[in-house]
Design a protein around this ligand. Sequence first.
Ligand code: ZN
Length: 133
Amino acid sequence: MEQSNRPGRCDSCCRISHVLLKVSLGHDFFDRSYTRLSAVDDQTPRWYCEECSREKDYQRDVRAIREEFLRLKSGEESVMGDQATFLRARNRVLEIDHQVKKGRSPHVILSPRDVALLLMDLDSWAEEHGWIG
Ligand SMILES: [Zn+2]
């Protein structure tokens, strides 16, 4: 993650921050290269304060996990068809759920409600399939 050397305004929450981070998305939760970054985003990089860049990371993981989970549910081939990978993803969502609940509000990037709903869906799927007690 690239860091700016002078204070500026966060592109997400618009607060002035003494540290700004340029989000480079790199790899997603499943260690695949992240393809969502369009050419336009690359040309006009956005800078985020520490809180927002953390939320941005959460958002990236939640998106990747939700997409894979939808594939799994609809019977498509999915990396989450593997129990260990599924549980690792579920634990990541649990961790994010804790973080966004205790975090600031309002959340500008990630909705705590969306995270909570995903976690509930994951848990009920895992219970149905006997993957968690
Ligand atoms: Zn911010």
